[in-house]
Design a protein around this ligand. Structure first.
Ligand SMILES: Cc1cc2nc3c(=O)[nH]c(=O)nc-3n(C[C@H](O)[C@H](O)[C@H](O)COP(=O)(O)OP(=O)(O)OC[C@H]3O[C@@H](n4cnc5c(N)ncnc54)[C@H](O)[C@@H]3O)c2cc1C
Length: 308
């Protein structure tokens, strides 16, 4: 099959599954940093099972593909993506509460899961309220903030492998570490997650959520597109601090800038390219190493245009 034939084959399959399909879709429309060229095929699926099946259908015919959540931790290149990007953020419903457990499909936004938990009087998830990702992306990254992380609240995760087998993994089997999980290496697609929370007064939970959101707004440049923290926290210090100490706050490259408000945020001033951002990432790594000795590892996932 030629590349074009593979794309046509998956487009037909996606239509048949009730997915929405777009050709040559700009990835800048599907990432929070608003950067990225066009992908050959963008598939918006009605649910995560469909997303997983289409993803593995691409694999079966060797078509480059990936699952995208809310695109809040991904940087696509200016060349885009030579294959199919499959999104499952379409799951607005499906968040349920049973006792102290909240279950959500992988395409649900974390913020909506937090709201449901709060209304049900279940605390422990307040830290996640301002993280603009999906449940799938948050599990994949073991997202965390303000002393909390997915690892502390996740009870189990259902995921599909390339044979179509669905497994419910317990928290221990997820290999959750600092911004990482088993899913980085297993090529499984996350379908849903269960969170074990603690009964608490909904008013107190709401207050905590709002307080953490206010803290974010005061310290992070949320008025500009970004992907949150550009770098992981180096052992013994903070990425923002060493970037600032290296004199890089406010450094500009084309349409991208190292935020003056929070030096671990690279913001899009309006017309940033992926190249502007990767240049700033490389510059920060080199200058921080030279000035402080610390090595910075990107937290953002840099997505290649094609499979190497
Ligand atoms: C303003 C801002 C603030 C942020 N603050 C925080 C913060 O406080 N803490 C924090 O940890 N992060 C933060 N982030 C980063 C980001 O929101 C998190 O990493 C989030 O968990 C990513 O979710 P997503 O759905 O956007 O994932 P995406 O960026 O879409 O994807 C991330 C990775 O997960 C994979 N993936 C997504 N869904 C699935 C699935 N169903 N199955 C398998 N793989 C999947 C993708 O292939 C990709 O490799 C912030 C980002 C922004 C823009």
């Amino acid at each position: 099959m030629t590349h074009r034939e593979k794309i046509d084959f998956i487009r037909q399959k996606a239509f048949a599954c009730g997915a929405k399909v777009f050709d040559s879709e700009p990835l800048s429309k599907h990432t929070t940093v608003r950067v990225g060229g066009k992908c050959d095929l963008m598939i918006l699926t009605p649910d995560s099972e469909t997303a997983a099946r289409l993803y593995f259908a691409c694999k079966d015919i060797s078509l480059y593909s990936m699952i995208l959540g809310n695109g809040s931790n991904c940087l696509f290149s200016d060349g885009g993506f030579r294959g199919a990007v499959i999104v499952s953020t379409c799951e607005k419903s499906g968040i349920t509460v049973n006792g102290n457990t909240v279950s959500a499909p992988s395409g649900a936004m974390l913020i909506n899961v937090c709201k449901v938990a709060q209304e049900a009087g279940l605390g422990g998830m307040e830290f996640a309220y301002g993280i603009p990702g999906t449940v799938g992306g948050a599990v994949y990254m073991n997202a965390g903030a303000y002393g909390g992380e997915i690892k502390n609240i996740v009870k189990s995760v259902r995921a599909m492998n390339s044979s179509g087998k669905v497994t419910a993994f317990t928290a221990d089997e997820l290999e959750l570490g600092y911004r990482c999980s088993r899913f980085e290496s297993t090529d499984e697609v996350i379908l849903s997650a269960e969170f074990e929370l603690t009964p608490a007064d909904p008013k107190i939970i709401l207050e905590k959520m709002e307080e953490l959101m206010a803290r974010r707004k005061s310290r992070q440049p949320l008025e500009y597109p970004s992907f949150g923290s550009a770098f992981k926290r180096p052992e013994g210090t903070y990425a923002g601090l060493v970037i600032e100490q290296s004199g890089l706050k406010g450094a500009v490259q084309g349409g991208a800038m190292i935020s003056e408000k929070h030096a671990n945020f690279i913001i899009n001033l309006g017309n940033a390219t992926a190249e502007d951002i990767t240049t700033l990432i490389a510059r920060a790594q080199a200058e921080v190493k030279r000035a402080t000795g610390y090595s910075l590892e990107p937290e953002v996932r840099l997505i290649p245009e094609s499979r190497e």
